[in-house]
Design a protein around this ligand. Structure first.
Ligand code: ASP
Length: 589
């Protein structure tokens, strides 16, 4: 080894000891006579001291050192002079008096310093990711990610799971995104799809008799990127045979409990709370509610059924709904802030946003004259409004009213610092609809994926027009308002699977072409099974309290799916394309 110790471990106990350290020049402070170098490795920072009076040759050499040079320093551990200690550093009471210094590798001037306090653009951070990753918080994030993965593996192994890898070069898996395609050279004109998830393979592993499977799997989805999305991401993928939804909940809760304890030293209570999809939507306006704060939505449709207020009247006559939210304590909101909320509501898709301020004498608003006293009293009591509260109301199609208020609820809570970020609220959302109607495609589509089973009592609805009412045996795990895991009990019979495919408009040939192999497998003794997948990146983002999932992925891509470090994606040469039998389109790249 080039070192006897790391840069994070020496203390008073080592005073007088001869040591060798290896690492990077973090900072250099030249005090004219004495030079101090903070030397860094992944374990911490240790101060080196070069005193010309005690060793002028070494002091001369220290002049050559620059930021990010890789060095080896040999010397004696000594106590820092009184008053020079740094209590914030674990090594802050000692320093190394250097007797031998070797520059193992110089460095160009780095594009930015390895300093947490510096704001560096995302583009620069990704372009010089190896420097960004040297920053202590990134080192911490990556190590925590590793720890989470190790905890997951240990837990699942203890519960008799087998880790099995499934292919990257495969067929399309319908998880709702576009596929990444890879051309096959030996099969001109044919393409593999990178897996959007290992879904089909994990089900086939159940048919293969592997009772309990898991994989820390990479998934690829070509979709528009947002803060919490990457074209490739990692999930802990789990599948089990002969289980019910409750078995999967119990296993997942045990896993979560262990990870929170081991990785965060936080004890969480189990079983987790459960909310049905409908309840979550009605109370919080979203299927991933942040329940760390209140401000729940309230239905006003019945109370205002006879309203003469024109806008509400028109909506109610068109089967619309009226929902409200009590923004507690916001009654003194300024006009401009209120206008801001109205604008946001419109941005989120509502026709408008009505409001009432709750004052000593009752509810006041620019529209209060259109309401009867009885109606105002109901609004006040249903929203439990008190002096200084602000009631926000949306009247629209049910889904629009709920989601707009749900989004405003979060905006207001974030802006007014209402969320206790030290709290963890974990809950299951159950009973999702099996299908949702896509206005774009003019057909029903799967809410989860088409291998999801529905409640036995709802199977009969498959033969009706009422597909929207079928409840799936699917579930999401939500932590602090983020969807962390998602899964379902699966279909294991050919007949039911065919029916579901048909309901979402897949033609017979398409079913055979895309999923024939799965349907065939179901004919050879498929056990009842179900599973779940945990988004590792999002999970680690929550644990590290990071802003974006990019902070917990070593080499992520930009919003435009570019890797600034490697320059990927890049052009293929004419020879490569020819070999693959691919022609560039005219004017194309
Ligand atoms: N394959 C699903 C997904 O990636 C998870 C599951 O149903 O297990 O979202």
């Amino acid at each position: 080894m080039l070192r006897t110790h790391t840069c994070g471990e020496l203390s008073k106990a080592n005073i007088g000891k001869e040591v060798a350290l290896a690492g990077w020049v973090h900072t250099r402070r030249d005090h004219g006579d004495v030079i101090f170098i903070d030397m860094r490795d992944t374990y911490g920072v240790t101060q080196l001291v070069f005193d010309p009076k005690r060793n002028s040759a070494m002091h001369g050499k220290a002049h050559e050192l620059r930021s990010e040079y890789v060095i080896q320093a040999k010397g004696i551990v000594q106590k820092r002079p009184a008053g020079m200690e740094n209590r914030k550093l674990p090594t802050g009471e000692i320093e190394i008096f250097v007797k031998a210094l070797e520059i193992l590798n110089p460095s160009l001037t780095p594009p930015f310093l390895v300093d947490e306090a510096l704001a560096v653009s995302d583009e620069m951070r990704l372009r010089y990711r190896y420097i960004d990753l040297r920053r202590p918080h990134m080192q911490k994030n990556m190590r925590l990610r590793h720890k989470i993965q190790s905890s997951m593996r240990a837990f699942l192994e203890k519960h008799n799971f087998t880790e099995i890898e499934t292919p990257f070069l495969t067929r399309s898996t319908p998880e709702g995104a576009r596929d990444y395609l890879v051309p096959s050279r030996p099969n001109p004109g044919k393409f593999y799809a990178l897996p959007q998830s290992p879904q089909l393979f994990k089900q086939i592993l159940m048919v293969s008799g592997f009772d309990r499977y898991f994989q820390i799997a990479r998934c690829f989805r070509d979709e528009d990127l947002r803060k919490d999305r990457q074209p490739e991401f990692t999930q802990l993928d789990v599948e089990m045979s002969f289980v019910t939804q409750d078995d999967i909940f119990e296993l997942s809760e045990g896993l979560m409990k262990k990870i929170f304890k081991e990785c965060m030293n936080v004890s969480i209570g189990t079983p987790f709370k459960r909310l049905t999809y409908i309840e979550a939507m009605e109370r919080f306006g979203t299927d991933k509610p942040d329940t760390r704060f209140g401000m729940e939505l309230v239905k006003l449709t019945e109370a205002l059924r006879e309203t003469k207020f024109n806008i509400f009247r028109k909506n109610l006559d068109k089967d619309g709904c009226i929902y409200a939210m009590n923004a507690k304590g916001h009654g003194k909101i300024s006009r401009s802030k209120l206008d801001g909320l109205i604008l946001k509501a419109k941005e989120y898709g509502a026709g408008g946003l009505a409001y009432f301020k709750c004052e000593k004498n009752g509810l006041t608003s620019n529209i209060d004259k259109f309401f009867e006293k009885k109606e105002l009293d109901s609004i006040k009591s249903l929203t439990r409004a008190e002096d200084s509260d602000l009631i926000l109301i949306v009247s629209d199609k049910k889904n629009v009213a709920l989601t707009v208020l749900g989004t405003l609820r979060l905006d207001i809570a974030k802006e007014s610092g209402l969320i206790d970020t030290n709290k963890n609220e974990i809950l299951w959302i159950t009973d999702f609809p099996l299908f949702k109607y896509s206005e774009e495609e003019k057909r029903w589509v799967s809410e989860h994926h088409p291998f999801t089973r529905c409640r036995e009592e709802d199977i009969k609805l498959l033969d009706t027009e009422d597909l929207g009412r079928i409840r799936a045996l699917s579930y999401d795990l939500v932590i602090n308002g983020a969807e962390i895991a998602s899964g379902s009990i699966r279909i294991h019979e050919e007949g039911l699977q065919q029916k579901i495919f048909k309901a979402i408009g897949f033609k017979k040939e398409e079913i055979t072409r895309r999923f024939g192999f799965l349907i065939e497998a179901f004919r050879y003794g498929a056990p009842p099974h179900g599973g779940i997948a945990f988004g590792l990146d999002r999970f680690t983002t929550i644990f590290t309290k990071s802003e974006s999932i990019r902070d917990v992925i070593a080499f992520p891509k930009t919003q435009k799916a570019i890797c600034p470090l490697t320059g990927a994606p890049s052009e293929a040469s004419d020879a490569q394309l020819k070999e693959l039998g691919i022609k560039k389109s005219k004017g194309g790249q």
